[in-house]
Design a protein around this ligand. Structure first.
Ligand SMILES: *Cc1c(COP(=O)(O)O)cnc(C)c1O
Length: 405
């Protein structure tokens, strides 16, 4: 671990990240080559729409979608996607959003797919229509949503169906997409954190996603403030028209043809809702470089690295009395294996919640996963953890246990 960093210089506590690609502690570590590319981008100017067209080409190539676009995060890409589904090619609608009066503005979602990121859809003016129940989670039934419930909820007010992709999401995307398409309604898929494997870049497009989002700042390791929108050409074009800076002189406005088919347009759109979701030339270049490297990355090597880190943590913590380690299996919520450390308060001399809180107040702050505190457990995710940092995390956990050791 570096002894001093820009954070030390600014008097801001550093964080040792044992919790994975979490936005609130800065996502992932951007690839050094992407930082270098950003520095080079900062050396001169390029038309943002030309950079978006270049990004679109790469995104289309690696997702098998027709087109792609970059916004200031996966959440931003969801807002743009929703705006595209609501406004289509209607300049008037684009100009009025998020006011949706007179427009089909409903987005159908299974209750069990609702997340805090729904706000991103609603920011475009969408009204979310919930279907299904939460039976399975509560143990009061065996399914959350039946496929027919999607068909039942789709009306002439429906702009899209939204789907959150996880390994355990149900019903399968292909089933939902087929129903939506029978009703001529597009499906927006949130797959923000579902990389790697890189095969997931194409998998959900093949399953029927009309628009899909991936975070640029998680495992792709591009700039934290980037997100990818990929999908149907017309929808991506609508997203672009609502995102590009449109204080443009109409007579010389010439967006890249691959992204925007100017001849088919009624004129020049006004500044759209997406303008607040801008990305700069540096972010665009950084994301392009990071995505190229993500595609070249040896996944077996990466998995081996994560497994080694997991083993290292288990070797350090499992023998400690009061702590019991397990590795997440089929029910995993992360793309990487995680160590689940269950804390027996009597033996450990401290409960999991106190321990996790104390670790965060140290200098540097130590962040372990806090999503299982109700089960007296915390998690350690290897994705953002170097070997020496893993050693340090083990050491700090043991040092924070009570009693005599
Ligand atoms: C991280 C995440 C997002 C947001 O991604 P950003 O790139 O940070 O905007 C959205 N949805 C899900 C499921 C995520 O995990």
């Amino acid at each position: 671990m570096a002894d001093s960093s820009i954070y030390d210089e600014l008097g801001v506590p550093r964080v040792i990240n044992a919790t994975g690609t979490k936005t609130r502690i800065g996502g992932s570590l951007i690839r050094p080559e992407a930082v270098e590319a950003m520095a080079r981008a900062a050396d001169g100017f390029a038309r943002i729409s030309d950079l978006q067209a270049r990004a679109s080409e790469l995104i289309a190539e690696c997702t098998n979608a027709e087109a792609g676009y970059v916004a200031s995060g996966a959440a931003a890409a969801m807002t743009l996607g929703a705006a595209a589904c609501i406004a289509g090619d209607d300049f008037g609608a684009m100009a009025r959003l998020p006011d949706t009066e007179g427009l089909a503005d409903e987005i159908v979602m299974a209750r069990t797919h609702r997340t805090g990121y729904d706000h991103a859809l609603r920011a475009a003016g969408a009204a979310i229509v919930d279907i299904g129940t939460n039976d399975r989670h509560l143990g009061t039934g065996s399914t959350n949503v039946e496929p027919w419930e999607f068909a039942d909820a789709i009306t002439d007010q429906t702009a899209a169906v939204a789907y959150v992709q996880k390994e355990y999401s149900s019903p399968p995307l292909a089933v939902v997409a087929e129903i939506a398409h029978q009703h001529d309604v597009p499906v927006i898929v949130d797959a923000a954190a579902e990389l790697p494997p890189k095969s997931n870049l194409t998998r959900f497009v093949e399953a029927g996603a009309d628009l899909i989002v991936f975070s640029g700042g998680k495992a792709i390791r591009g700039p934290q403030s980037t997100g990818i929108l990929a999908g149907n050409h017309q929808l991506v074009e609508s997203a672009a028209l609502q995102h590009l800076d449109m204080h443009a002189a109409g007579d010389v406005w010439e967006p890249p043809l691959d992204l925007v088919d100017v001849d088919s347009l009624a004129g020049v759109p006004r500044q759209g809702l997406g303008r607040t979701l801008k990305v700069g030339k540096e972010e665009l270049v950084g994301l392009i470089r990071a995505l190229q490297l993500f595609l070249e990355q040896d996944e077996a090597e990466l998995e081996a690295k994560w497994s080694a880190r997991v083993e290292q943590v288990i070797a350090g913590l499992d023998p400690v009395s009061g702590l019991e380690c397990a590795v997440t299996g089929g029910e995993k919520v992360s793309v990487a294996p995680e160590v689940v450390v269950t804390v027996d308060e009597a033996d450990a001399g401290v409960d999991a919640t106190t321990l996790v809180g104390d670790l965060r107040r140290e200098t540097p702050r130590v962040f372990v996963g806090a999503d299982s505190l109700d089960d007296d457990a915390f998690t350690i995710n290897p994705m953002c953890l170097a070997a020496e940092e893993a050693e340090y995390v083990v050491e700090r956990i043991v040092a924070n246990l009570g009693g005599t050791r």
